[in-house]
Structures are given as structure tokens and as C-alpha cells.
Ligand binder design. Sequence first.
Ligand SMILES: [Fe+2]
Ligand SMILES: [Fe+2]
Length: 152
Amino acid sequence: MTDAENHGLERLSRDHREMAEVYQRYLLLVADRQIGEADRLLDEFADRMMRHLQEEERFWVPLFEHHYGESKGFGAKLILEEHKVLERLLGALRFLVNTIAQRKRPLEAQQVLTVLEESFRFRGVMSHHHSREDNVMIPALAALPGEALQED
Ligand SMILES: [Fe+2]
Ligand SMILES: [Fe+2]
């Protein structure tokens, strides 16, 4: 694998770590009832996550599928299904947070709990998905010879 390709794979892992950090900041804002700021940060997080998913789907997931199929315990089908679940949960969460933020009223304790519950649900799915990629897909891709990685 060339340096540029390795760099791309390193970026995937780094993205996972950085997304987790941004998400943690978002959770703290919710806990602190700063819902307007939380709403803005969640939008930023979502843009970042969508770019990440698109990059994986454009290049890395097809490459993983081509070379490994289902031989690593899962294949592209599962990864893409999980991406759809992440998109759906994140869309619902953004809608919830945005709706509450628009009301411009102080947040009630019950609303904080509802947002946190949904937020933790999303984080659970995201963490599971990132671990799957960090522990299996990315190391498998990193093990491919450089010539296997030429785009058509
Ligand atoms: Fe992914
Ligand atoms: Fe990823």
C-alpha cells in the first residue's frame, strides 16, 4: 500500500476518534441545557459523518467487498446496512433536537432526558460500527498490496 493510501486509511480511523470527541462535546451541551449550541454542534457532527460515510461507500467498502467478500465475518452488505441505520437515527435525532431548540424555552428535565436517551442510542450504534471497522475492515484493507488499490 502506498503512503497516500495508508494516509487515507489512517484518516478513516482518525475520523472515528474525532467524531466521538465532537459527539461527546454535543452530549455535554445537552446535559448543560445549552440546546441551541447543541443543535449547531450536532449539525456540524452530521455533516462530518455524512462525508465520512460517503467516502467509505465510494472507495473503501467496495474494495473490502472485492478482496474479502464475507470472509472476515461480515461484508459490504452489513456495513451499508449499518450506514443506513446510522443515517436514519441521526436524522431523527437532529429533528428532535432542532424542534426543541426552535421553541426557545428553557429545557425541561424530561426533555433533557429524552434527548440524552436518543443520543445514547445513536452513540451505541455508532461505537459498535466504528469498532467493527477499526478492528476488522481497516486492518484488512491495510494488509492489501498497493497494486490492489488502484481505482478504475
Ligand atoms: Fe462506516
Ligand atoms: Fe467509518
